[in-house]
Ligand binder design. Sequence first.
Ligand code: F6P
Ligand code: MN
Length: 303
Amino acid sequence: MKLDEFLRLNAPEDLARISLAISDAAVTVSETFPFKSGLVGDVNPSGDSQKAIDVYSNEVFCDALISTGLVREVASEEMEDAVHGKGDLSIAMDPLDGSSNVETNNPLGSIFGVYSDPLPCSGRHLAGALYITYGNSITVTLSFGKGVHRFVAVKEGAGMSFQLVGLDLKVPDEPKVYGIGGTRTEWIPPVRGFVDSLEGRGMRVRYCGTFVGDYNQVLARGGVFAYPELVGRPRGKLRVLYETAPVSYINEQAGGYATDGRRNILDIEPASLADTSPAYIGSGPLLRELERLVSSSTVRTGA
Ligand code: F6P
Ligand code: MN
């Protein structure tokens, strides 16, 4: 089944139109990867170096979303302030996740949270979420509160269409892979201890450096992706509105659990658009165990 038909049958009309606008824009963005990998010598509001492709993908997705007439605002990791439209939905997006992978041709991604309320607000106000992975294929993984479904781009005539390849995806309870951002010496002690135990349980490390690429492996195989609390960086690195809340929503719809170490990521009330939080996301039983360890430990520094 194709994405447009699936959405017509399974999603509210506004979310269907937004999803189609995002999917078409993702194809446009991916076509420019080979041409746009030079630095423009600027930094984005969160301090990462910004590349031409970051600027370009931000513009393509922003224009596509505003043109639907359905969005009140689009906030983006690449912009200090939101862009406003005339609709009722708020979009928070990371238009090009893992952009340091452009040169190395490792996977890239795009992440979108569709919120019913004005931003900033918690993930409890998500009406839906989507992420794109640009890997060996372009895939769209989405949820509107009724399970997680995946589509892959295939050539159709002169353009592309998206075909259903995964219906009601579930993150396995039995964990097989882990990927942890930051460096081992920066991880707070309970995280270090927990990660040290994982290979003894038969798990393998998988880390590609793109949040949604790494999360995608966890969704397929079970396990954990984390960008943890770091010694000296208690709020971690990943952004709540643009990155961790939308992926946590999808993960929860897939039967998993996501925590900031103390509470469900969906309960975080960000005070500003760019707020970050530690993030631990993946299989339910493993993540509950990790949350217990992190929340009960008072040790936050040193070896
Ligand atoms: O968006 C930030 C990001 O690029 C994520 O996609 C990725 O998970 C993380 O940074 C990688 O960070 P580090 O290089 O510190 O492991
Ligand atoms: Mn990102």
